[in-house]
Design a protein around this ligand. Structure first.
Ligand SMILES: [Zn+2]
Length: 265
């Protein structure tokens, strides 16, 4: 699914990426939608057919070989590049040794997260956040991991996706949360600056941004569709938020089914 940020005050624009076509979703709100999984899964990296999807759309060989599928991507503080064991050092140099931001977001309450500078604001839309604020910038992914570990002493790094999908999220003052957390974690941040250099962790002075989604009506109860259990997913499209389609018959996390060959019914 492709997401384009909305202009100020407008909902994000969603499109479903099918094999040959892009299906704009915002225009289909309130209309019936029927998706049928053909049973095929193609690796999003090499295109090979795979019986099972690993790490959101990879075949097993790619899952074992690609640096982007290594556990250090999810846990950047475990980066092992300097041990000489990086799966793809050149890929790492392009992706991990790039400025990263540590941000606060409000997806189902306050959370902390990290992302590459270039992934903002897509990353927040992916998570269904209604507000976000970059607070610190660092030079590498590993450093962002250490900063996130520190923040996790005070803030969750998870989204309660059920609450996110029910729209049960109160707006909050992210700038105030930033100031509170930076003050509270001052000692820990000083330790990291001692380790990586005084300029390694830079405070940002950004303004919080609001994010809006095309949703007619939030579900009161969450029922999940799953292509692995039923190849056909049908209902009236009530909204799109994060990586989820919200149908009147249930929700589906399309990210989970990346690489699945799906036809429009
Ligand atoms: Zn592959």
């Amino acid at each position: 699914m492709a997401i384009t940020p909305g202009r100020a005050g407008e909902a994000a624009d969603y499109a479903l990426c099918l094999d040959e076509a892009r299906l704009p979703l915002n225009a289909r709100l309130g209309q019936p939608l029927r998706l049928i999984w053909t049973g095929a899964i193609a690796c999003t990296h090499c295109g090979r057919a795979t019986k099972k999807s690993f790490a959101q759309g990879h075949c097993y060989p790619c899952f074992k070989r690609l640096a982007s599928c290594d556990t250090c991507i999810m846990k950047p503080e475990t980066c092992h590049y300097f041990a000489g064991t990086c799966r793809e050092p050149e890929w790492a140099e392009r992706h991990c040794f790039q400025p990263h931001v540590v941000y606060l977001a409000n997806s189902s309450g306050l959370k902390v997260g990290i992302t590459r500078r270039t992934q903002v604001p897509t990353r927040w839309l992916d998570q269904g956040a209604i507000q976000a604020l970059p607070i610190l910038e660092v030079d590498t992914r590993q450093q962002s991991g250490f900063v996130e570990m520190l923040f996790k002493e005070e803030v969750s790094d998870r989204t309660n996706w059920r609450a996110m999908l029910k729209g049960e999220v109160e707006p909050m003052d992210l700038a105030q949360e930033r100031d509170r957390l930076l003050a509270r974690l001052e000692g820990g941040l000083a330790n990291l600056r001692e380790r990586f250099g005084a300029d390694a962790i830079r405070e940002l002075n950004d303004t919080p941004i609001g994010l809006d989604y095309p949703v007619l009506e939030f579900p009161r109860k969450i029922v999940s569709h799953n292509f692995d259990k039923a190849a056909e997913v049908a209902g009236t499209l009530m909204g799109v938020k994060g990586q989820y389609l919200i149908l009147d018959t249930g929700v589906i996390n399309l990210r989970k089914f990346t690489g699945y060959e799906v036809e429009l019914g």
